[in-house]
Design a protein around this ligand. Structure first.
Ligand SMILES: [Cu+2]
Length: 170
């Protein structure tokens, strides 16, 4: 009888340690998802007949550490990471030193009048409805690929005046 009780206790202890182990595994998975370190929400591209244009969206950091986007690439055009800055009393866009840093568990907006992915010289007209492929390279050497659909957009022209930002509903 006494031996049985001890065995039952040992079995209970084993069950406890097993479930504790399972719990920590789940936690480790949540902290470091295998593929989606960074995701891009609602990506889109400003349609243009010729000349430079830009891609926008929300960069979402799914990890517990800061993530840096160091470069962007697309078959459609050579690309740069751009920011808006005040220079000689006017807002201008320029390459973003050090890339885009997305805080741990945070988001980073790419929007007209703000940071954006610049298509420096599209090789062909980008028409509304066209789907473009992009690849972002991260600070740790990883890459994130996504596609974005082009749509007509009156703002985000060469002046990049934030006040011309129209409604996104279309
Ligand atoms: Cu730009």
């Amino acid at each position: 009888m006494r031996r049985f009780a001890l065995t039952a206790l040992a079995a209970a202890a084993l069950t406890l340690s097993l479930s504790a182990c399972g719990g920590s595994e789940e936690k480790a998975e949540a902290a470091a998802p295998p593929a989606a370190e960074l995701t891009v929400k609602d990506p889109w591209v400003k349609a243009v007949d010729s000349g430079m244009t830009a891609a926008f969206g929300t960069l979402v950091n799914n990890t517990a550490a800061d993530v840096t986007v160091v470069s962007a690439a697309s078959p459609a055009s050579p690309m740069e990471l751009h920011e808006m800055a005040m220079q000689d009393g006017a807002m201008v866009m320029r390459p973003k030193e050090g890339g885009f840093v997305i805080k741990a568990g945070g988001t980073h907006e790419l929007s007209p009048g703000g940071d954006h992915l610049m298509l420096m010289q599209p090789s062909a007209p980008i028409k509304p409805g066209d789907e473009l492929r992009f690849t972002l390279t991260l600070g740790d050497g990883g890459t994130v690929s996504f596609s974005a659909v082009a749509k007509p957009f009156a703002g985000a022209g060469e002046s990049y005046a934030p006040s011309t930002m129209p409604s996104m509903a279309s």
